[in-house]
Design a protein around this ligand. Structure first.
Ligand SMILES: [Zn+2]
Length: 149
């Protein structure tokens, strides 16, 4: 059991570190001591986090960029980096998991290329990947391949 946890921790150490980074970024964004209005909003627990997040962004955008503080900027920057890293990691994983098969793993039948689902099309577009979808003749198991564009 301990081993498994250790293995999981090792495997997801990047994601865990990312989570802490994201938390730090969000914290820096949300905690804004000088904005009394925002503090009042923060104190009311009923406000959902997303509302608050959007409000701060809107406030900064409408109030001119002078209002953006270093902590906010830093928070934004960290979040941006995190999103980029997550995106890159996900893309790399997709490419790595790419298995070029000609026959089905289960029943060894021939694979036929089929039309992509809309979700895969969207994913391919955003990830800048060539995604192809194959289906087994017999058992209808689906396989996908991802390649760099
Ligand atoms: Zn099959």
């Amino acid at each position: 059991m301990k081993r498994r946890i250790k293995k999981l921790l090792k495997l997801y150490s990047f994601e865990i570190a990312l989570f802490f980074l994201i938390s730090t970024g969000l914290f820096l964004l949300v905690v804004d001591v000088d904005l009394k209005e925002n503090i009042r909003h923060l104190l009311t627990v009923t406000y959902s986090f997303t509302k608050e997040f959007l409000k701060i962004i809107l406030y900064n955008l409408t109030g001119g960029f002078k209002i953006i503080k270093l902590s906010n900027l830093l928070g934004f920057l960290i979040l941006l980096i995190c999103f980029y890293l997550t995106f890159k990691r996900w893309r790399d994983r997709l490419i790595k998991s790419n298995n070029v098969l000609k026959t089905c793993e289960k029943c060894n039948s021939k694979l036929n290329r089929i039309n992509k689902t809309n979700l895969l099309k969207l994913l391919g577009f955003f990830m800048r990947l060539k995604i192809r979808l194959y289906e087994c003749d017999k058992c209808h198991k689906k396989y996908k391949t991802c390649k760099k564009k």
